[in-house]
Design a protein around this ligand. Sequence first.
Ligand SMILES: CC(C)(COP(=O)(O)OP(=O)(O)OC[C@H]1O[C@@H](n2cnc3c(N)ncnc32)[C@H](O)[C@@H]1OP(=O)(O)O)[C@@H](O)C(=O)NCCC(=O)NCCS
Length: 408
Amino acid sequence: MEIGRYDAARDAEAVQRIWREVGWIDAERAGIVSRYFECGDAWVFRLHDEAECAVHTTPGAMRHGTEDLELAAVTAVTTSRVARKLGAAGRLTARALAAQAAAGAEVSALGMFEQGFYDRVGFGSGAYEHYFTFDPASLNVDRGFRPPRRLTQADWADVHACMLRRRRGHGGCTLAPPRVVECEMAWTDDAFGLGYRDAADGGLSHFVWGEAPGEHGPYEINWVGYESVDQLMELLALIRGLGDQVSSVAMLEPPDIQLQDLLKQPFRHRRNSERGKFANRHETMAHWQLRILDVPKCLAKTRLPGPELRFNLELTDPVTEYLDGDNEWPGAGGDYVVTLGEDSSAERGSSPGLPTLHASVGAFSRMWCGVRGATVLSATADLRGDGVLLRALDEKIRLPQPKLGWDF
Ligand SMILES: CC(C)(COP(=O)(O)OP(=O)(O)OC[C@H]1O[C@@H](n2cnc3c(N)ncnc32)[C@H](O)[C@@H]1OP(=O)(O)O)[C@@H](O)C(=O)NCCC(=O)NCCS
């Protein structure tokens, strides 16, 4: 058994085979996996000299308040049928995180297949996201729309540029390599895309991209990009316009609105369509996770108004158990003196006289990002301190719920 960097000449076919075995790609499009692995960084676990587990990370940015942090998104973790339960995925994810942290990444995020698995390498659950399936004709958007431009896979560079320029709030993420978008677009089934070119340079300003199976749907929108809420409204009016033909459209709630506000009689539609092919739904789940990779760098970019709050932090990082010991990054655990304020900081060490917060990196990351407050986390996650400190943290960290706005 051996862990090493992905080497296209040696591993490309084996990695395609893994993706086919886990059902992520069909034989005709397996080549896209190799293009995808050329973006970002990738590690493989070889058994009998063949890659049987692969982890792919993609560099990007994640917004905290008004600041952008360097993101290492974990964009694919897969183990073939022959290498399950050997600890390959856990060890390889830890290895990939170490490489990214050593290269300067400050925070990591991922879409999870299930809760619990990535906690073991230090991740904690992000905010709830709302996933709606609705009748587009029931959209109550009080405006018209112009005829859009048709988008195809050939527009990947424009789509990527729009995703980088798009309106982003707290938690909003971007992935840097444009080719990641090319690959994602290439493996969209029954792809459709519509957009407008109102950007200052004539590029795409707002768009939707997704899957349009069959005559009546259900359509699924995978990406929405826009620079202003007015542009989002035009996109929703455009979706409403599809309602003469399409019976249902599914999408994640765009970060800037409460989508239910724009649905006519949402409860009635849900009741009346229950169990049907075009069932209207509103599902909520925390399907992504995050973790801090570098505490001092993340805290240096944390701006919280009001008086400063100082405390000792004793941080544990379970990723250490998955690292081989010879990595360039030992995890984020250790003792810090943390200051939260307009100019926040974290310095190694401890200061006598300050209260102490004990936390795992996953729980601390959730608190720092505003997913849940310290008092709540002390009841449900690995975080503890005295009640006065916990309440002071609840008061200090008042952030909007983080929303990625990019499903990876
Ligand atoms: C998920 C996947 C990558 C795991 O691969 P793997 O190499 O077998 O994983 P590891 O050996 O590192 O870890 C397996 C362990 O995690 C545990 N585990 C699995 N799900 C868990 C969960 N939700 N919570 C806690 N532990 C979990 C397993 O019980 C197992 O423990 P054991 O060895 O004590 O029995 C693999 O099942 C896979 O490729 N699935 C399909 C693709 C996929 O969904 N990828 C993840 C995308 S986010």
